[in-house]
Design a binder for this molecule. Structure first.
Ligand SMILES: Nc1ncnc2c1ncn2[C@@H]1O[C@H](COP(=O)(O)OP(=O)(O)OP(=O)(O)O)[C@@H](O)[C@H]1O
Ligand SMILES: [Mg+2]
Length: 357
């Protein structure tokens, strides 16, 4: 397995910049996810790493060796696609053996490597079936098996779970994670699903319009988003945003919304804050009731029980805020409630630069 250094990677299609000076240093055995909305350049970046697209600028190194100009088969990478891309007339075993056979490996080694991968992926009983005789999840496991059986230096996966239904997606992602651990493989995974990225990754690379927005471990990206885009893209339900007017008083920061004021204590307030800022707070850091000292009042307009918790949507001075509440003490639509903020979990953003303050 390999360390992957992506340096100033740029890909242009005619004049259009699909990937813009991407900089990522991936450690040997690390699981890194490229996350971002449709069209942000995730697949293009992955195709450049695989060698399926020629790069327009920058470099890609595997264990120090510059592979930027190598053909895909010279790079020792394996790729798993969204649509499995299995050969329909071949059994799972034949699909998984295909690459090894092309490498002219002896039959005994082929059998051993295929069976080892099949065991890791729980595919033993399916080895003699054709793709048409398997479920979507099973097919995708065969596709993953085919990729890992060659012991690639880097395992690349482009939305491998998105054709599966919700339950199967959760199950298969656990299997992929376990397999990657067992193989100690360097993995680069692409998804637009932030939860998938959070669960799977050692580090997440958040992209927007070809540009890197933030790179870090899942909880760091979740807790300390670099900017408004990352804050709004990561986390479900999404972070609440409020436009506030700010002022200082004894070191505390006043954030005014309509005729209500939230006083952020000096120890949790950023130093330099413009007169107008955007405040962000996650629904899970905003409780109906509670008394941590930071409160706004609002009127309930929607109650959403989802089982373990209930979310309550409130109107606070014309802004809709989603908050968490105890399912046994849910208010009714029309009730006036107190929304209690977790003091250390209130974020402020500059409305111009959109950077977190
Ligand atoms: N061969 C191509 N020629 C021209 N433009 C392309 C080509 N391939 C991709 N693009 C453009 O580059 C941008 C990035 O595309 P890419 O497929 O990398 O996005 P993505 O992040 O993988 O999106 P999705 O989540 O929808 O798969 C898009 O605007 C796309 O239209
Ligand atoms: Mg894509």
């Amino acid at each position: 397995m390999a360390r992957v250094e992506i340096h100033q990677l740029t890909k242009r299609f005619e004049g259009f910049v699909a990937v813009d000076a991407l900089e990522i240093d991936i450690a040997d055995g690390e699981f890194v996810t490229l996350l971002g909305p449709s069209g942000c350049g995730k697949s293009t970046a992955l195709a450049c790493i695989a060698g399926l697209e020629r790069i327009s600028g920058g470099s890609i190194r595997f264990d120090g060796e510059d592979v930027s100009d190598l053909e895909p088969h010279q790079r020792n990478v394996a790729m798993v696609f969204q649509d499995y891309a299995l050969y329909p007339h071949m059994t799972a075993r034949e699909n998984m053996s295909f690459g090894l056979r092309q490498q002219r490996l002896d039959e005994a080694s082929i059998t051993r490597q295929v069976e080892t991968a099949a065991e890791m992926l729980d595919l033993g009983p399916l080895l003699d079936r054709r793709p048409a005789e398997m479920s979507g999840g099973q097919r995708q496991r065969v596709a993953v098996g085919r990729a890992v059986v060659r012991n690639p230096a880097v395992l690349l996966m482009d939305e491998p779970l998105s054709n599966l239904d919700a339950a199967l997606r959760v199950k298969t992602r656990t299997e992929i994670k376990r397999l990657q651990r067992d193989l100690a493989a360097t993995a680069i995974f692409v998804t637009h699903d932030q939860e998938e990225a959070m669960v799977l990754s050692d580090r997440i690379v958040v992209m927007r319009a070809g540009r890197l927005q933030q790179i870090g471990p899942p909880m760091e990206v979740y807790r300390d988003p670099a900017n408004l885009f990352v804050a709004s893209f990561i986390g479900s339900p999404a972070m609440n945003f409020l436009e506030v007017e700010t002022g200082r008083d004894d070191g505390a920061l006043h954030c005014r919304l309509g005729d209500q004021v939230l006083r952020l204590p000096a120890q949790v307030a950023p130093g330099q804050v413009p007169d107008r800022a955007i405040m962000g707070v996650r629904p899970t850091d905003l409780m109906v009731g509670g008394d941590r000292g930071l409160q706004l009042q609002g009127e309930v307009f929607l109650v959403e029980p989802i089982g373990p918790v209930t979310y309550v949507d409130c109107n606070v001075a014309g802004t809709a805020l989603k908050a968490l509440c105890d399912p046994d003490r849910a208010p009714a639509v029309g009730d006036r409630v107190v929304l209690d903020f977790a003091p250390g979990r209130v974020h402020l953003f500059d409305p111009q630069s959109e950077q977190r303050l």
